[in-house]
Design a protein around this ligand. Structure first.
Ligand code: PLP
Length: 416
């Protein structure tokens, strides 16, 4: 229901009870295809004259229930769930652009996003005009008649910069192009896609939405703000009969054609995870702020980057945008690469994992892993340094997290 509060939607939207059995948990419809009474009915479903499921690459009831929950949480028009965050981005770009079109993108991006955009440029598929995330004037200067979207992350991973999304939304509206935001690190808890006046929000559901590190998935949310009838793309205009649903319909078609559907078991796990997302993320934000402050106070630490710290350059923007919560990711620099490796290897509780958003606290050395294929200049633009460790803070006791980091840092001090 639309008047439910956010937390209620996370628990109740999409599925209440199975009409046949009364099962209260979302059933996992682990079926490739779906049977109908007659050849005419199957034909009608194929032609879109009657509602029904046909084949799980095209649509699946467990996945659809998860999509409905996300649409409710983001106050969106609709959601398309896909096999991963990267699949979500691939589909969005394919839906919005034709060969030779341009997008504007922030340089502060998750490594996989960077690699995908680089590949699309190298193969001549699109042109990317790169801008500094927080420099609104540079986005404005990059707009041309070929621009088909403005892309950024709500909190850059791992630079942790926060763009002024209100200003970007106004700019995109004036230019007549959608504002496309990767909301993975802010999560729907910190940032509601529609309220933030974003046109297309996408998420790696693999992270805080699932929260358990047990399933990979991606989400594309159309908030319903952008008027697709005037958008210059023949494939979307071909779906004009769908009205405002044209973009979602195009994404569904691409999901089916590319075969990057979300499996029903993964949809079930992600749908279960999101029920506790609000509680988890609030705790993770609190823990991250306390850990950032504790790390800042340690003599072995060169610097700590976290938008919740008052010395962070985007602290004010983040504070307004996210209502005084700042996410669960922080980065710490330790003077040199050897120290950062040693810090990681000496951790006893915190796990060394290249993931984010788990209930457990996770640590990784971005420069030698996710960002290894970027040039030094590109790494710096993305906020990646050889002496840096990225932490995704979990829901453990903050005392234990601080203790673990301190014992590892204390050993660094002794050996330096
Ligand atoms: N966006 C961000 C900010 C990420 O951190 C990641 C993965 O780490 C992705 C997108 C890609 O998501 P996935 O791994 O689900 O494809």
């Amino acid at each position: 229901m639309s008047d439910w509060s956010f937390e209620t939607k996370l628990v109740h939207s999409g599925h209440q009870q199975d009409p046949d059995t009364g099962a209260s948990e979302l059933p996992v419809y682990q079926s490739v295809s779906f049977q109908h009474d007659s050849a005419q009915k199957i034909s009608n479903v194929f032609h879109g004259k009657e509602f029904g499921y046909i084949y799980s690459r095209i649509g699946n009831p467990t996945v659809a229930a998860f999509e409905q929950r996300i649409t409710a949480a983001e106050s969106g028009l609709g959601t398309v769930a896909v096999s991963s965050g990267m699949a979500a981005l691939s589909i969005i770009i394919e839906a919005l652009t034709q060969v030779g079109d341009e997008i504007i993108s922030s340089k502060s991006l998750f490594g996989g996003t960077y690699y995908l955009l680089q590949e699309l440029v190298q193969t001549g598929r699109i042109k990317v005009r790169w801008v500094d995330t927080t420099d609104i004037a540079s986005y404005k200067a990059a707009i041309t008649s070929q621009t088909k979207g403005i892309f950024c992350e709500s909190i850059g991973n791992p630079k942790l910069d926060v763009p002024n999304l209100t200003a970007l939304s106004e700019l995109a509206k004036k230019a007549g192009v959608p504002l496309v935001v990767d909301g993975t690190c802010s999560t729907p808890v910190l940032l509601n896609a529609k309220e933030a006046e974003i046109d297309i929000m996408w998420h790696s559901a693999t992270k805080w939405i699932g929260g358990h590190g047990a399933a990979v998935g991606g989400l594309i949310v159309d908030t319903g703000r952008f008027q697709w009838s005037g958008f210059d793309n023949p494939m979307i205009q071909d779906l004009k009969g769908m009205g405002q649903l044209a973009f979602l319909a195009r994404c569904r078609k691409l999901r089916s054609n590319r075969g990057c559907c979300l499996g029903p078991q993964d949809a079930f796990l992600l749908n279960l995870g999101i029920e506790t997302m609000s509680l988890r993320v609030k705790q993770q934000c609190q823990n991250a702020l306390a850990l950032a402050k504790a790390l800042q106070a340690h003599p072995a630490v060169a610097s700590v980057s976290y938008p919740g710290l008052s010395d962070h350059p985007d602290h004010q923007v983040a504070s307004q945008l996210f209502s005084d919560q700042f996410g669960a990711v922080l980065c710490v620099r330790l003077h040199d690469k050897a120290a950062s490796f040693q810090f990681l290897d000496q951790l006893q509780l915190i796990k060394q994992l290249a993931n984010l958003g788990d209930t457990c606290t996770l640590a990784v050395h971005p420069e030698s892993t996710i960002y290894r294929n970027l040039s030094v200049d590109e790494q710096i633009q993305a906020g990646v340094y050889p002496d840096q460790v990225r932490l995704s803070v979990g829901i453990e006791s903050i005392e234990d997290l601080i203790k673990d980091c301190q014992q590892s840092l204390d050993q660094l001090k002794q050996s330096s």
